[in-house]
Design a protein around this ligand. Structure first.
Ligand SMILES: [Zn+2]
Length: 129
């Protein structure tokens, strides 16, 4: 993942933690610290490296379910707020998400299996618990 994207994610986690968990500005509670460490780790391990799409579109598929839920909650909370704190990043994010979704739809109509197969495997794992 690009460093500037990673920084945007950090800001989003900070906003979320501040708003939801009442931590002081720029600080993270234990839970969010873990999430942030996980995000960085996944970012480093991702096979797409710097070419990776900005946000949920790809990344979330390689997150384990627990972390996926957490980062989703963060995005839901901080996404709209990013327009206020960091409009440039937020707008770039929206543009890239739309682009990725469009590309994904194209890819899906060509070869649907990949995404749906991964999704099915994840939901199966979740129901096994
Ligand atoms: Zn927190």
């Amino acid at each position: 993942m690009k460093t500037r994207d990673l920084e945007a994610v950090k800001l989003m986690i900070e906003l979320y933690c501040h708003g939801r968990h009442g931590s002081s500005k720029g600080e993270l509670c234990e839970d969010c610290k873990n999430l942030w460490e996980y995000v960085q780790l996944r970012g480093k391990k991702c096979p797409f490296g710097d070419d990776k799409p900005f946000c949920s579109n790809c990344r979330i598929h390689c997150y384990k379910p627990e972390m996926r839920e957490k980062i989703r909650a963060v995005m839901r909370y901080s996404g709209p707020r990013m327009l206020f704190y960091d409009p440039k990043t937020a707008i770039r994010h929206i543009v890239e998400t739309v682009k990725t979704k469009r590309a994904q739809r194209k890819a899906e109509s060509k070869g649907k299996k990949d995404v749906t197969y991964a999704e099915k495997r994840i939901s199966r794992k979740e129901s096994e618990k």
